[in-house]
Design a protein around this ligand. Structure first.
Ligand code: ADP
Ligand code: MG
Length: 393
């Protein structure tokens, strides 16, 4: 069954009725620019064909009821209670099951963004074919699908950038995961055969044609099946190191530093902080270089930038794991144009840019290498830059 049909079926099970509509939003892959978003820097993600679907219908009362194929329980609250539930206290668990905080958090943030718009209760059923926790941003996909559904059902008229900000607020303040704006913007602004360049300070965006299709290139996603969680440990620590580094440099954020500042940074901070700072500074430059290279020389020339990005995440930011390194090394050894881990790290997925004719060879080699290393079998599939949110029914 497709995820669209699964969302409709779950809605029917939940309510005994057909939904008023079904809305969907995509996951994303980040082509380059990792851990630069919360440093007010640059990123270059694209939306992928995998999507999360929200089947929904307004109710006659003021209750919001949510279900997902991802979870067994259903969650129901009054819209007027959302303000008592959120924001979740820093470091605390949400007062509702975590998955439902993504949905209810979007409703809460949306009502706040729309002012005192009168809202009716709503039933929502979720299903998705975005792998969860794989670095493909199932979280932005669910936020984008729900935000799009409620924006229409409640006739709020918010634009895609405003909806991205609503999703981020839900994730930061309702779920309690301190993530940046990249994922939501990538999902909300997706376009076929283009990546979205985002200046995470000004939120200015630019659609950047990738030329992958014309050049016969595919992006292979190698999902290591090693799961990660952004609300814990390493991610928070990396953010703190970046904030510390910026403070020591006397700047608002690492966006304001360049490679010329690295010698001064070396005098001001300990080795670990310096390497975290160096990753962010060099990664911002690599994003700008990738945008320029795509425009001037085409996608076959961005391989070295992808490889340098991976090395920086492995050695300086220290967010890679053995499975990701093996995926990248194997893909490159089999002729990939470039490869790097993508997403927050500590597991999740790697991407490899490969010629269409090499997809099978690279996929097989990665599967073999994982088996030889005693790692769980990876999930390997291709993606291409795809559309943002839409109403499907
Ligand atoms: P990623 O965004 O990389 O997939 P995150 O940890 O940011 O990983 O988000 C995953 C979380 O988002 C899940 O644990 C779950 O709480 C929520 N989520 C994602 N997709 C769904 C879904 N289809 N139904 C319910 N919750 C979902
Ligand atoms: Mg996420």
């Amino acid at each position: 069954m497709s995820a669209l049909d699964a969302a409709r079926a779950l809605f029917a099970e939940l309510t005994g009725r057909e939904p008023e509509g079904v809305w969907s939003a995509p996951g994303r892959v980040n082509l380059i620019g990792e851990h630069t978003d919360y440093n007010e820097g640059f990123v270059l993600p694209f939306a992928i064909p995998h999507r999360t679907f929200a089947a929904a219908r307004v109710r006659d009362d003021d209750r919001i009821r949510v279900a997902s194929t991802f979870a067994d329980e259903r969650v129901e609250v009054a819209l007027t209670d959302l303000d008592a539930l959120f924001p979740t206290a820093p470091g605390a668990e949400p007062a509702v099951p975590e998955w439902s905080a993504y949905v209810l958090g979007v409703a809460w943030a949306l009502l706040a963004a729309a002012g005192d718009a009168p809202a009716r209760g709503v039933d929502i059923a979720i299903a998705s074919d975005v792998p969860v926790g794989a670095g493909l941003s199932s979280s932005a996909a669910i936020e984008g699908a729900v935000a799009s559904a409620l924006n229409d059902l409640w006739r709020l008229g918010l634009d895609p950038v405003a909806l991205a900000q609503v999703g981020r607020r839900a994730e930061n303040e309702a779920v309690g995961a301190p993530t940046g704006i990249m994922d939501q913007m990538a999902s909300m602004l997706g376009r076929p055969d283009a990546a979205t360049f985002i200046d995470c300070r000004s939120l200015a965006t630019e659609s950047v044609p990738t030329g992958f299709t014309g050049e016969g290139l595919e992006v292979l996603v190698i999902d290591t099946q090693v799961t990660h969680s952004h609300s814990t440990g390493g991610y928070r620590e990396r953010r703190e190191a970046c904030e510390r580094g910026a403070a020591l440099l006397g700047i608002r954020s690492l966006r304001d530093a360049s490679e010329a500042d690295l010698p001064r940074a070396a005098e001001l901070m300990d080795d670990v902080t310096l390497r975290r700072v160096r990753h962010v500074i060099t990664e911002n430059q690599r994003v700008l270089d990738t945008v320029r290279t795509l425009a001037e020389h085409g996608p076959r020339m961005i391989g070295d930038l992808l490889v340098a990005s991976h090395a920086s995440m492995r050695d300086d930011f220290e967010i890679s794991v053995a499975e990701l390194d093996l995926a990248v090394e194997t893909a490159l050894a089999q002729g990939a144009i470039g490869a790097r881990m993508t997403g927050g790290g500590f597991g999740g997925a790697a991407i490899a840019l490969v010629a269409h004719d090499d997809v099978e060879k690279v996929s097989d080699a990665v599967a073999r290498a994982f088996a030889d290393a005693g790692f769980a079998a990876p999930h390997v599939f291709t993606v291409h830059p795809s559309d943002g949110p839409r109403r499907d029914i």
